[in-house]
Design a protein around this ligand. Structure first.
Ligand SMILES: [Zn+2]
Length: 133
């Protein structure tokens, strides 16, 4: 079975277009400056509509993580075990992602990570790896 792929609609098309350019793009509120994730019509902080795109540095820290030993989706069976993490990006958003290219015993909360693009599918998927000091 194949892995699930992005479902692209009018609300998140900007994000996936950014991924095609290998840029992690977020919405920044033009009124209060809040950088929001996931995509939304209105700013959750000030309820204004106007926003602009910002390109993330792709750098952040691990907020939390788990190691999956069970294939909750059959498309990921070949990946086991793999790491699912919450990463806090420097720009503010907390994203649900994977940490790859690492020995999972080296992981810890608050470690710095950087973006790496998973090129397996039609659209590059943003994932993260430990950042070397
Ligand atoms: Zn706002």
């Amino acid at each position: 079975m194949e892995k699930p792929r992005p479902v692209i609609g009018p609300d998140n098309a900007f994000f996936w277009e950014g991924c095609k350019r290998r840029q992690l793009v977020f919405q920044k509120c033009k009124s209060c400056g809040h950088v929001r994730w996931p995509p939304a019509h209105v700013c959750p902080k000030c309820l204004e509509y106007d926003w602009e795109e910002i390109v993330s540095s792709g750098q952040g820290i691990i907020y939390s993580y788990v190691i999956y030993h069970f294939p909750y989706h059959p498309g990921f069976r070949e990946e086991l075990p793999y790491v699912v993490a919450l990463v806090d990006l420097m720009e503010g958003p907390r994203v649900l992602t994977n940490i790859i290219e690492c020995d999972s015993s080296a992981l810890a909360c608050d470690l710095p990570v950087e973006i790496v693009w998973d090129e397996e599918g039609e659209i590059p998927i943003p994932k993260f790896r430990l950042r070397k000091a």
